[in-house]
Ligand binder design. Sequence first.
Ligand SMILES: Nc1ncnc2c1ncn2[C@@H]1O[C@H](COP(=O)(O)OP(=O)(O)OP(=O)(O)O)[C@@H](O)[C@H]1O
Length: 282
Amino acid sequence: MTAQAGPPPSGTRTSEPQGAPAAPPPDLGAALSLRGLWKRFGEKIAVKGMSLDVPAGSFYGLVGPNGAGKTTTLSMATGLLRPDFGTVHVRGTDLWQRPDEAKRGLGVLPDGVRLFDRLTGTQLITYAGLLRGMDRDTVASRTADLLRAFDLTKDANTYVVDYSAGMTKKIALASALIHAPGTLVLDEPFEAVDPVSAANIREILADYVASGGTVVVSSHVMDLVQRMCDHVAIIAEGQVLAAGTIDEVRGEQSLEDRFVDLVGGRSTGEGLGWLRSSSASS
Ligand SMILES: Nc1ncnc2c1ncn2[C@@H]1O[C@H](COP(=O)(O)OP(=O)(O)OP(=O)(O)O)[C@@H](O)[C@H]1O
């Protein structure tokens, strides 16, 4: 199955590339329903007809090897990157047709997108709240709550550019939560975060799901996904290899073993004999 040659189209085409199987209709009740998403960067097809339903109220993990297409998929699912083909529905609203309405219900922690880091922590969260059209009093009280919850109160007046990687992740996550969205989409939320902060974040997210919110996280840490999430999709080379509840996907195995079985690619370090001999000779 190949995508059409030539540069990506400027608008989103909802039909599949020639020869691709037609995707079923979107699930309009799902928190997120992706259908037939394709994305190509030059010669590289990063996402190849991705369809996925994230049930409302689920804690959904997206796992896959480096370069599998997780960030590209989540960027298209949240309005940050226009798909070449396919549709995204957020609780029944077509994201690329009605972006303002669909994005109102989304909180997003993107991977690698630069923040306005010449703002202090307080200013950044406040800015996110005001952009969402919230009133100043609510923004101020929620900002204080979020800084406390993420253990950033003492750094509230420090410029974000001077934050560590983990603090930056936490302030970005706090900014994604300020408008109390129905669905959170978090790309690698635990990367660079210390264990205590990670435990706090897990608790915040678990409470959020328990109160009816939906969370989608991408992660490389299988054990974390197995413990934290109730659903998972394993993706590789831009396609879904398995998706469902954690128990459905892993069967009798651990999620990690299932992942390795499906994705393959274990390397034994063959060809690195020179590395062992160099350490022995030093
Ligand atoms: N802007 C871009 N230009 C060119 N190629 C890109 C671009 N963004 C992603 N890619 C390519 O698309 C593929 C999927 O990348 P993506 O970042 O979505 O993977 P990922 O699953 O998030 O990887 P990782 O786990 O390493 O973060 C990779 O081969 C990557 O090199």
